[in-house]
Design a protein around this ligand. Structure first.
Ligand SMILES: [Zn+2]
Length: 189
């Protein structure tokens, strides 16, 4: 089975300008609104993962781009992103400038066998992890927003920039899945 190309891009630019693919503009996001946006995003994922057989189908990939994930695979990825966000935010709030381990999200997908996971469980766990992340953000106060953490590629985050950066991934992949459903519907005609 083919797997999507490893995503080794540094996505921190989403803090400075709009993403050309999903329209998310991190420079316009108030970090104190991220918790509410995370909860809304998790609710949207719940809807997306209820769409029956289509959830398991990978849309046809366009020429030049690699294979694209199914809604289930993206959902499982987003569940893990929120899970990792909980760990990293907890570290940033407890330790001074912690270093984050590298996370190869594509090997996580292959090892985790996202495509064969149970959809209802993925949907539930995504909501649980998103809820924990939002609850943690609700408790951030005053200068805690300026606490720092370091990614393995050298990018430094504050709690504020981490929250905004993190939000892009689940928002971006929700748009991927919506586009994927459209491509699947077109391919059936
Ligand atoms: Zn995007």
């Amino acid at each position: 089975m083919e797997h999507p190309e490893p995503d080794t891009k540094n996505w921190t630019w989403v803090l400075e300008r709009a993403c050309p693919e999903c329209g998310f503009d991190g420079s316009k996001v108030d970090p104190t609104t991220v918790a509410a946006q995370v909860r809304a995003n998790a609710a949207a994922w719940r809807g997306v993962l209820k769409r029956g057989d289509r959830v398991h189908q990978r849309p046809p990939s366009s020429p030049g781009s690699g294979p694209v994930w199914s809604a289930l695979e993206y959902g499982a990825h987003v569940r893990d992103v929120y899970g990792l966000a909980v760990e990293r935010l907890t570290l940033m709030l407890k330790k001074d400038a912690p270093a984050f381990a590298n996370w190869d999200q594509d090997s996580a997908a292959i090892e985790g066998d996202y495509a064969n996971e149970d959809v209802d469980k993925v949907s539930y766990d995504l909501a649980v992890n998103a809820g924990k992340f939002a609850d943690l953000l609700d408790k951030v106060r005053g200068d805690q927003w300026e606490r720092t953490g370091m990614r393995s590629d050298g990018s430094a985050f504050t709690v504020a920039s981490f929250a905004v950066y993190l939000l892009h991934d689940p928002v971006h992949h929700l748009a991927d899945v919506e586009q994927g459903f459209e491509a699947l519907a077109e391919a059936e005609q």
